[in-house]
Design a protein around this ligand. Structure first.
Ligand SMILES: [Ca+2]
Ligand SMILES: [Ca+2]
Ligand SMILES: [Ca+2]
Length: 289
């Protein structure tokens, strides 16, 4: 009896102390999406990956969270327990499927494994300008290794898709292309607080990157945004995407196309125009008198 109680206590203590655990799509959405955009999320879900490949963190890692108190990690391995310092032999392995089941291949068309997917169906409101989020790509692969794990954020509508997750040079994200932007082998990771030895934003263009896409053409429509993270060629050594601050920028209601622009004086141009017409009309009328 006592042993059982101690066991339960240890389990409860573990739950409290565990920095994070597998997250549901709804929990990931809560962590990622800005409060102003929450009401536009029509649906959130996952079509691929074990639950262990998704985690919510309520702590500061790699400059995240950038919005609110939490952010998400989507991984081709275990997304939990990534806090720490980088070092060799870190095993984050999970086994959850391959290209055959998802139709998703690497940026150079190779077979992919442990493919994690998180999708959002998002209503794009009238006045919407851009859909944006902040990200960092991290890997335990060596940058020169022939295993080009990859990540994408694909926005789709009406049968057309756009990958909006691009490096500063415009290339799609993978272990190879991100090399210019990730820390050097002899260099440092900033901040040094995760087990991944390579994280983007430590070379050439520093800091957290923001992906932004013009969604003004989709106003009044529901688009789909699919996050994908996967291993290439084998599933053993893993990569991850850190995501936060997913939001829609909406045009200020005061300057939308249907309203009248203000002058420096604060008098609407249209009102000024009407005023001039009225005065002229009055002059014309009085002349007629
Ligand atoms: Ca957040
Ligand atoms: Ca890999
Ligand atoms: Ca893996």
């Amino acid at each position: 009896m006592i042993i059982k109680k101690i066991g339960a206590l240890i389990f409860l203590l573990f739950l409290v102390l565990a920095p994070c655990s597998a997250a549901t799509p709804e929990e990931l959405s809560d962590a990622i999406v800005d409060p102003s955009t929450q009401s536009y999320i029509v649906e959130v879900g996952s079509t691929s990956g074990n639950s262990t490949q998704f985690a919510v963190y309520n702590q500061s890692l790699q400059g995240f969270p950038t919005n609110g108190s939490s952010f998400a990690v989507i991984s081709s391995g275990n997304a939990s327990g990534i806090n720490g310092t980088s070092g060799p032999g870190r095993n984050l392995f999970v086994k959850s499927g391959n290209s055959t089941t998802t139709g998703q291949y690497s940026n150079r068309g190779n077979f992919s494994y442990d493919i994690a997917n998180l999708y959002f169906k998002i209503y794009i409101p009238y006045g919407a300008k851009t859909l944006s989020f902040d990200w960092r790509f991290a890997t335990t692969e060596a940058l020169g290794a022939p295993y080009w794990d990859w990540a994408r954020a694909v926005l789709s509508y009406g049968g057309t898709s756009y990958n909006m997750l691009l490096l500063p040079d415009g290339r799609a994200v993978d272990v190879n292309s991100s090399g210019n932007y990730s820390n050097q082998i002899s260099g440092t990771i900033i901040p040094n607080d995760v087990v991944y030895p390579y994280v983007t934003g430590n070379r050439l263009v520093y800091g957290i990157y923001t992906a932004s896409f013009d969604v003004s053409a989709f106003q009044g429509k529901v688009v789909e945004l699919n996050f994908w993270v996967a291993d290439e060629r084998d599933g053993v050594v893993d990569s991850a995407l850190f995501v936060d601050n997913l939001h829609i920028d909406i045009e200020n209601n005061n300057v939308s196309a249907g309203t009248i622009p203000m002058q420096k004086t604060g008098i609407p141009l249209g009102a000024l125009f009407l005023g001039v017409i009225t005065i002229m009309g009055g002059i014309y009328y009085s002349k007629k008198q």
